[in-house]
Design a protein around this ligand. Structure first.
Ligand SMILES: Nc1nc2c(ncn2[C@@H]2O[C@H](COP(=O)(O)OP(=O)(O)OP(=O)(O)O)[C@@H](O)[C@H]2O)c(=O)[nH]1
Ligand SMILES: [Mg+2]
Ligand SMILES: [Zn+2]
Length: 315
């Protein structure tokens, strides 16, 4: 029979039998995990009942994978599969909003091939003097990414700055399996609790505004109208496993302009001759948006190129 993995913990799994909706514990056949293959949350599997126990006998081809390459081991580590949407959560108060981090999560979304949406959380603590949510959301207009403003602790919070809030987010999630991603402490678990009406563990943000980890492994929460996957906050924002040449394709809004630069190998820097980004009309508000995305791109590009250089020097 067919089932979907809804929870994984080391070698133990919980799977949902598709036909009955029943959730049962199952073990994966040893050779399934030995071949370097993994069984992860979201996987559709073939389940067999053997002597009163359930065994996972095979994993279906995945629609997409949430993964990282462990550079040192040249290995791909998959943590979830078959996600319809990636909900990137950021906080507008504590931990402080960081534009660069949001852009880094977006790079991952494009690398994985999963449609991202952005949720600005903790709007009950929003302060216009600290950040400009309208500008931050406008940075994604050329990517056509939906942005939502919510408060995970106040269900009645109505959107004031963007057009979309909790109601629209729930609509978008309808029928989908969405993976929640974001820095530790931004309120992923809290938001899922609030959307799903369940009680996942959350933890108080420490004095420094740095979130303390409280989510340790992934599971799918079946809410009925939609399914949500919580994930531990990512501490390391390193994109070192992404190729410097591959990075541009993870900035679809930048690519369109970059291909019109005079020279194919244009670095898009201050002094780059014939660079299309320098031709943009400084009076056009869209220019500010594009240049701010370019800034992120250049920063990440420099970082991953340096890394490659450093590694080359070692060998
Ligand atoms: N004021 C306010 N606090 C919130 C909101 N959402 C979450 N919090 C608080 O922020 C803290 C962290 O929330 P969590 O949901 O545990 O954060 P997380 O993103 O799941 O963190 P990790 O599991 O560590 O990755 C908790 O103290 C929450 O109560 C919100 O909308 N407004
Ligand atoms: Mg959490
Ligand atoms: Zn250029």
């Amino acid at each position: 029979m067919k089932a979907q993995v809804v929870r994984s913990h080391q070698r133990e799994f919980h799977v949902k039998i598709l036909e009955s909706g029943e959730i049962v514990a199952a073990k994966a056949l040893g050779n399934l995990l030995k071949k370097g293959e993994t069984v992860v949350v979201g996987d559709f599997v073939t389940l067999k009942e053997v002597g009163g126990h359930f065994e996972i006998h095979g994993v279906d081809k995945r629609e997409n994978e949430i993964f990282r390459i462990i550079v040192r081991e040249q290995k791909k580590k998959v943590t979830a599969a078959n996600c319809d949407a990636l909900v990137i959560v950021s906080s507008v108060s504590k931990p402080a909003f960081k534009r660069g981090i949001l852009d880094r999560f977006l790079v991952r979304a494009y690398q994985w091939g999963v449609q991202p949406v952005i949720v600005f959380n903790k709007m009950d603590e929003y302060d216009e003097n600290v950040m400009d949510i309208e500008f931050e959301a406008s940075r994604f207009k050329f990517l056509e990414i939906d942005c939502f403003e919510i408060s995970a602790i106040d269900k009645n919070y109505k959107p004031k700055y963007l057009k979309k809030g909790r109601k629209e987010l729930e609509q978008l999630l309808g029928g989908n399996t969405a993976l929640f991603l974001g820095q530790s402490g931004v309120g992923k678990s809290k938001a899922i609790n609030s959307l799903a009406g369940v009680d996942l563990k959350t933890k108080t943000v420490g004095k420094g505004g740095k979130g303390a980890h409280s989510t340790t492994w992934s599971e799918i929460i079946d809410v009925g109208p939609f399914s949500l996957i919580d994930s531990p906050g990512i501490r390391s924002f390193s994109l070192e496993d992404i190729d410097a040449d591959e990075l541009l394709s993870c900035f679809p809004d930048i690519v369109d302009i970059a291909v019109t630069c005079q020279f194919k190998n244009c670095k898009h820097g201050e002094k780059s001759k014939g660079c299309a980004f320098k031709e943009l009309d400084p009076k056009d508000p869209d220019t500010k948006v594009i240049l701010s995305r370019l800034e992120s791109y250049l920063k990440i590009h420099e970082e991953i190129s340096e890394k490659a250089h450093w590694e080359k020097n070692l060998s």
